[in-house]
Design a protein around this ligand. Sequence first.
Ligand code: ATP
Length: 252
Amino acid sequence: MNGSCGADVACAALFPISLQGVGLRRGTNWVLRGLDLQIARGGITAVVGPNGSGKTSLLRLIHGLERPTCGRLLFAGQEPPLEGMAYPGQAMVFAHTPMLRGTVTDNLRLALTGRGSDPGLIEAALIRAGLHSRGRQSAASLSSGQRQRLALARAWMMQPALLLLDEPCSHLDPQASVAILQDVQELAALGITVVLSTHRPEEIALAQRVLRLDHGQLQTFCAPQSLNPQRLGAIPPGDYACSRDCICHSSV
Ligand SMILES: Nc1ncnc2c1ncn2[C@@H]1O[C@H](COP(=O)(O)OP(=O)(O)OP(=O)(O)O)[C@@H](O)[C@H]1O
């Protein structure tokens, strides 16, 4: 597997991802409102904004774990399938990755469910996760950082065209975060389009575009260079503001 966009068919079927007037209501609370934006194939998009601004909800919606209450979500101009939990061609990794009982290898096998066994691919995923000598170890014994690397390797095995990462380093120490971000960059270099929610400047710095939400609404969608670096360092995480010259696009 070269990993370049998993399958070009999947890429062609996913991009661009278009949100047209998308809203998401939970109970009486509109957590996403009037979103109009387009995500093109390739690169890393960082989704930023204060706590509760809707970052996770947006990723869940793109992945198919939730459906828009109103508006349209289109993949390559088409409505996604109604059946199934998650949309095809995608993988999502959460801040806290649950491990199955069993070994590290057992957890990787999960990604191959329904596709038969592929020892070579599992071996490659173990190496990718830096867990080559730990395949037979209980997955429950892994550190948080090792679990996240395993989760990314598992996602890679699924050959996704789109990888959604929900604050992948939020509970990791700096050293573990560096390893995760290295993995993310490698996956992006393989042609996998990455969308990650984050509060961290070092993750935003990896992105080619930054999508900022506030109270469920799109505030900005621009290149990170357009963000004011002074403010990036000086203000509390999650409160990223655009500099005056940031032109806000609905598509970057
Ligand atoms: N299961 C749920 N039921 C009802 N409301 C929810 C649920 N999960 C989240 N919310 C609400 O949806 C809104 C958006 O939450 P979301 O988790 O998407 O924000 P976020 O930007 O990812 O926040 P954080 O930075 O804290 O992770 C918040 O007001 C939150 O309280």
